[in-house]
Design a binder for this molecule. Structure first.
Ligand SMILES: [Zn+2]
Ligand SMILES: [Zn+2]
Length: 91
């Protein structure tokens, strides 16, 4: 009996080496899918980012500090205005 070995692969996203265990290889083979090019971490991140595409963040208006809901994350440098400030800003 030949023992299946984990397949070593380099992630196309972060260049980290990762293993595809025999069970996983079998899974892809059975489904007729190519083996993944990304490590589990990157795959998970990509899945999350896809799912979070329309994620809404709780932020503060950059002018009056009122709570606002925005599609821009708090880390983004984008200036966020609440409705009032937005319209005031437009003049
Ligand atoms: Zn990766
Ligand atoms: Zn405001």
């Amino acid at each position: 009996m030949t023992e299946a070995t984990s397949q070593k692969s380099t992630c196309g996203g972060c260049n980290k080496e990762f293993l595809i265990i025999p069970q996983e290889q079998g899974f892809y083979q059975k489904k007729g899918l190519p083996t993944p090019e990304n490590c589990p971490d990157c795959r998970r991140k990509r899945r999350l980012s896809l799912r979070n595409e329309r994620k809404l963040y709780k932020r503060k208006c950059d002018k009056c500090q009122k709570d606002v809901i925005s599609t821009y994350s708090p880390e983004s440098k984008y200036i966020i205005y609440c409705q009032e400030c937005y319209w005031a800003h437009l003049g």
